[in-house]
Design a protein around this ligand. Sequence first.
Ligand code: PSU
Ligand code: MN
Length: 306
Amino acid sequence: MNLNKYLDVNPEVAEAVRAGRPVVALESTIISHGMPYPQNVETALNVERIIRENGAVPATIAIIGGRLKAGLTPEEIEYFGKKGTAIHKASRRDLAVLCAKGEDGATTVTTTMMIAHMAGIRIFATGGIGGVHRGAETTMDISADLEELASTPVMVVCAGAKSILDLGLTLEYLETKGVPVLGYGTEELPAFYTRQSGFRVDYRVDSPAELAKIFKTQNDMALGGGILVTNPIPEEFSMPKAVIDAAIDQAIAECNEKGIHGKETTPFLLARVAELTGGDSLASNIRLVYNNAKLAALTAAEYCKL
Ligand code: PSU
Ligand code: MN
């Protein structure tokens, strides 16, 4: 464990890491910027419960008053959910500034991976990752999440990526950076709200034990980077492709018209897609996060046996 002087690991999490018991990291941008209040808080608390029910300790990660936190209290989760987008969305470039200024920050996939790694946590569950945006050939909007996956040894369990991104280019980028993309029980990359995307993953993996073994092997070789596990949304909660595609196309058109760019793009698109689908996409989003939390907890438990 990197005993970073800016890091506070909650005692339950620290004890589990020390004893070699399973721990699963969770991000806070999904709470503050990814879902509306109060569903965000309810979801975050349920995710922690699901992780416990499946044998692991949850560690929701955030920055509070300039401290990097691995493991939040329910009150702190409520605070992030209520404050929502008024909290800084913290990517790699924001960490030092927010800590120096003593401010709060909601951690993205990037910074959650970084802080999880500092705290000795190997497995992280979320909904979707950032990636190469549609139109990136002119905007150069490529999420820092892809660079972090390339360099930080944390396994990220997600439901694929939303088609607000260019999924083909996102896969190309991950290939260039040497990040394995695994499909859980599928050969096809899931597209978050739907199980199909038309793109293939590198490998299909069918059990938490196999996921753990691959990650352990990568760590033993000291290859250095992460692994992306893409876990399809359960069939009963998936959305009709035409409905979600139309909402995403409209949200992207509005984003371009309004000239929204930079770190605002992803939160704008997430919120607009939820509005345009009348909350249906939010219900799907919540269900796929629960599904990922369970798989991450089971995989963390298998990893600890190796
Ligand atoms: N995609 C989602 N839900 C999310 C995010 C992305 O489907 O909540 C959040 C995650 O925190 C992710 C971040 O790390 O957005 C990516 O932002 P950007 O595209 O600005 O890198
Ligand atoms: Mn971006």
